[in-house]
Design a protein around this ligand. Sequence first.
Ligand SMILES: Nc1ncnc2c1ncn2[C@@H]1O[C@H](COP(=O)(O)OP(=O)(O)OP(=O)(O)O)[C@@H](O)[C@H]1O
Length: 255
Amino acid sequence: MIEIRKLSRSFGNLIAVDNLDLSVGNEIFGLLGPNGAGKSTTVMMLTTLLKPSSGTARVCGYDVERDSKKVRSKISYVPQDMAVDRKLTGRENVQLYAKLYGVPDRNSKVEEVLEMMGLSDRASDLVATYSGGMRRRLELAQALVHEPEVLFLDEPTLGLDVSGRKKIWEHIRMLKAEGMTIFMTTHYLEEAEKYCNRVAIIDKGRIAVVGTPENLISSIGEDASLNDVFLENVKTPEEQAGFNSTQFRNLLRRR
Ligand SMILES: Nc1ncnc2c1ncn2[C@@H]1O[C@H](COP(=O)(O)OP(=O)(O)OP(=O)(O)O)[C@@H](O)[C@H]1O
């Protein structure tokens, strides 16, 4: 569903994404990495919102630069920041999207996705009155209205409480079971460990490791977790600055 070859993106002298190679099939795929690692930049290129500096990416067989319109018709993207209008009702938000995408049989499709996300009862209420979890589910409903083949999610459970996060994951898994490919970023490693079919850890624009959570964890040790895999593959700020942890502690002691 997604084929990335030697994909790079620079901002001035900064290389945000560096020579990325990755293939994603029909799965829940998690892109993990520290702040500033290049996750959002990668997602922005795959969703045609940002031009690559070099390399190629194909989504559903279409090139993100040459066939960007085709790509957009096959995907949906739920960004980190709010993607719904607080001054409209839930239903009006989804209707707006359905109209923009020229969805046939619009009204019944809108009701179907609202129902799917458990929002039918509150669909006539203003989004301003929704909880964070409901708003996230509305963003998903909106993203699903044109039946995308690939769904890109930037930190879908960020800021939600435990039950809100559980609900979002139930929906994500249901979408995968129905044949949708999910490409997501997250900082919640325990969620990625539990729910992603495969993950990649990216650091300073480069992929450090990619694989199933089970395989990555077993390569570290018996009682390990995805947190340990992450820490093993991502440089801490002091390591990036050329210190090892002992040097860093000594430096702090001297101050
Ligand atoms: N429009 C831009 N102009 C200049 N630099 C940018 C721009 N967008 C991103 N960057 C830089 O590119 C690097 C990668 O940023 P990116 O947002 O992709 O990281 P991220 O992994 O998504 O981080 P986070 O987890 O904090 O969201 C960072 O150093 C960031 O400051």
